[in-house]
Design a binder for this molecule. Structure first.
Ligand code: 5GP
Length: 210
C-alpha cells in the first residue's frame, strides 16, 4: 500500500443482487458511522415513487449521461437492468483524499472497474440473500415494480450472485441486525489494519518506541 493510500479514506463497495437489502443496510451503517459518506450515483432510470433527485440518485437523461461519460466524469459506469448507472469521480476522490471513507452501492461490473482504477483504496463487501425464494419474496414485497421488471431482476440476481467471489467480504442478510453487526465488524477490522493504524497512531508508536 502506498503512502498516499495510508492517509486516504477507504473506498467501500457494497454489491448484492437486487432485493438482498443492500440499500437499507448501507443506510443504517452510514447513519451511525462518522466519516463515512455514500456516493449518490447518476442514472438514466426513471425515479420510483418516493425517490428524491440528488438524494437517492441524480436522475439524468441518456444524453446527459453520454456527455458525462464522454468527458470522463465517471469513476465507473455500467448498463444494469437496461439502464445506465455511474459513479461521479470528482466527489469520491475529494472525500477519499480528505481522509473520509466513501461508500459505493454499485453492481459487480462497477465494482470490478473501481477495483482496477483504485486498487489500494477499495474494500468490497457482497451481501447475500438467505435464499432465492426469500429474494423473490422481497422483490415482490417492495411493490414498486411490475411483474415483468421483477422477473428480469430475479434473472439478473443469479447473474450478480455468480460474482460473489470477486469480493473481500460476504455478509448474509437473513436477519437485518445481525447483518448490520457483521458490517460494523468489517469496518472496524479494516480500520484496525496495521498499515492504516501506522499512520493514525504515528505519534503513539514513536513515543512507545523511543
Ligand atoms: P436500482 O435501480 O434498483 O436502484 O439499482 C439497480 C442496480 O444498479 C443495483 O445493483 C445497484 O447496485 C446498481 N447501481 C446503482 N448505482 C450504480 C452505479 O453508480 N454504478 C454501477 N455500476 N451500478 C450501480
Amino acid at each position: 500500500m502506498s503512502d498516499r493510500a495510508h492517509h486516504a479514506g477507504i473506498l467501500w463497495i457494497i454489491s448484492a443482487p437486487s432485493g438482498a437489502g443492500k440499500t437499507s443496510l448501507s443506510r443504517a451503517l452510514v447513519q451511525e458511522t462518522t466519516a463515512l459518506r455514500t456516493s449518490v450515483s447518476f442514472t438514466t432510470r426513471a425515479p420510483r415513487p418516493g425517490e428524491i433527485d440528488g438524494q437517492d440518485y441524480h436522475f439524468i437523461s441518456a444524453e446527459q449521461f453520454a456527455g458525462m461519460a464522454e468527458r470522463g466524469e465517471f469513476l465507473e459506469h455500467a448498463l444494469v437492468h437496461g439502464n445506465r448507472y455511474g459513479t461521479g469521480e470528482s466527489w469520491v476522490k475529494k472525500q477519499l483524499f480528505s481522509g473520509v471513507d466513501c461508500l459505493l452501492e454499485i453492481d459487480w461490473q462497477g465494482a470490478r472497474l473501481v477495483r482496477e482504477r483504485l486498487p489500494e483504496h477499495v474494500v468490497s463487501v457482497f451481501i447475500l440473500p438467505p435464499s432465492l425464494a426469500v429474494l423473490a419474496e422481497r422483490l415482490r414485497g417492495r411493490g414498486q415494480d411490475s411483474d415483468e421488471v421483477i422477473a428480469r431482476r430475479l434473472a439478473a440476481a443469479r447473474e450478480e450472485l455468480l460474482h460473489y467471489d470477486e469480493f473481500d467480504y460476504l455478509v448474509v442478510n437473513e436477519e437485518f441486525q445481525r447483518a448490520l453487526e457483521d458490517l460494523r465488524c468489517v469496518v472496524r477490522a479494516e480500520h484496525l489494519r496495521r498499515n492504516r493504524q501506522q499512520h493514525e497512531e504515528h505519534t503513539r508508536l514513536r513515543t512507545l518506541l523511543a
